[in-house]
Structure formats: structure tokens, C-alpha cells
Design a protein around this ligand. Structure first.
Ligand code: IMP
Length: 197
């Protein structure tokens, strides 16, 4: 019988990335979209780790099964690491990905060269009855001055990875998983899951 692992998100893009990356483990991967009537957990922490922990703990207590929750975002050092933990709502409380990209482009229009450096960070928190563990991944890049590429989600069309000479949005899901902040955090999670199963 495979173990069940609940990914505490309804974000279909993230679920796709997690499922692909964990496909070769013997886990039955579920997401919140497989359920109804679960509590809403506010991401009001001040760090990615605090938000990931809050979600993982809340859903572990509710579902009583192994849970992973992640919090991730884009940090631009020249903008004091904004949008950071506010990445999902940079353009306002109901902002779409397009709104967020527009605000980012506007706020960076006076920046050039190294000032356009950015990093994506992802922290995953895993909780089961015996463990609370954190796994973090980071990928460095540059913010372009226009949208480039059609894959992915969020800030992907603006995030250029110099070593690949492509944006995240020009990569397939598998290519992105290999080098992305979330992919790196998931690899660390996978090593841990293999060790405990
Ligand atoms: P959360 O981790 O669900 O709170 O969302 C963080 C936000 O960061 C997302 O809504 C996106 O705007 C952004 N983000 C996180 N990971 C990625 C990614 O892989 N590509 C593009 N945007 C991302």
C-alpha cells in the first residue's frame, strides 16, 4: 500500500509540479482539491518557512495524515527583496499573474544590469506524526523587461535563468523542475522521504 501524502495547496500549477517530481516515489499524492470543507489557513507569517509551517501544521491537524505545504516567492534585492512573501498579491489582494507582472515591471523600470538580479525561493514544510522538517531551494536569475515564453505560471515569463539563456516560461515542466527553486526543495524532500519509507 503506498503512503498518502497531502500537498496543502489548491494551486493546480504547483500540484502538477509536485506530482511530476514525486512520480517515482511510492506515494499516493493528494491535494486540497481532492477535499471539501477544510479550514482556510491565512498565510500571515513573516517568512516563507513560517507560512509553510503554519499551513502544514493546520492541515496535518485537520486531516491527520502526512502533509507538505510550501511557500515560495520572488525576491528582488534592488526592491528590498520585494515582492517576497507577498508575491501572490503584489498587484493587490485579488491580483492576477498578469497584474503582478505589470506591477513588477513598473517598479523595476528604472533598474538595469545587475540591479535586475532576482531569486526565487521555496520552503517546504513536511509534517507527520514523528517529523517536522523544512526543505529550501533557491534559483538565481534576472528580471527581463518584457514577458518571454508561454509555459508555467506567475512570474515565469519575466524570470530569466542566465545558465540556460531562457526564462522559466520557456522551459517544459520537467526542465523547470530540474533547476527551479521548488524543484530543488522537492529533491531534498524526496531524499528525506526515501530515507524514512
Ligand atoms: P504561494 O507560494 O502559493 O504563496 O505563492 C507564491 C507566489 O509566488 C505565486 O502566486 C507566484 O506569484 C509566485 N511564484 C512562486 N513560485 C513560482 C514559480 O515557480 N513561478 C512563477 N511564480 C512563482
Amino acid at each position: 500500500m503506498p503512503h498518502t501524502l497531502l500537498i496543502a495547496t489548491t494551486n493546480a500549477d504547483k500540484v502538477t509540479e509536485f506530482r511530476k517530481a514525486l512520480a517515482d516515489l511510492h506515494y499516493h499524492v493528494q491535494s486540497l482539491s481532492d477535499y471539501t470543507g477544510y479550514p482556510y489557513i491565512d498565510e500571515d507569517g513573516l517568512t516563507f518557512a513560517a507560512n509553510a509551517y503554519k499551513k502544514a501544521l493546520g492541515y496535518y491537524r485537520h486531516f491527520n495524515k502526512p502533509v507538505i505545504a510550501d511557500d515560495s516567492g520572488l525576491q528582488v534585492p534592488a526592491l528590498n527583496n520585494a515582492p517576497g512573501i507577498y508575491s501572490a498579491r503584489y498587484g493587490g489582494p485579488h491580483a492576477t499573474y498578469d497584474d503582478n507582472n505589470r506591477v513588477l515591471l513598473r517598479n523595476m523600470c528604472h533598474l538595469c544590469g545587475d540591479e535586475r538580479q532576482a531569486r526565487f525561493v521555496c520552503t517546504i514544510c513536511y509534517i507527520d506524526e514523528q517529523h517536522i522538517r523544512y526543505f529550501t531551494g533557491q534559483t538565481d536569475g534576472l528580471i527581463l523587461d518584457r514577458l518571454t515564453g508561454r509555459h508555467g505560471f506567475g512570474y515565469d515569463p519575466l524570470f530569466y535563468v542566465p545558465s540556460l539563456q531562457k526564462t522559466y516560461a520557456q522551459l517544459t515542466t520537467s526542465e523547470k523542475n530540474r533547476i527551479s527553486h521548488r524543484g530543488k526543495a522537492i529533491q531534498r524532500l524526496k531524499t528525506f522521504l526515501q530515507a524514512i519509507s
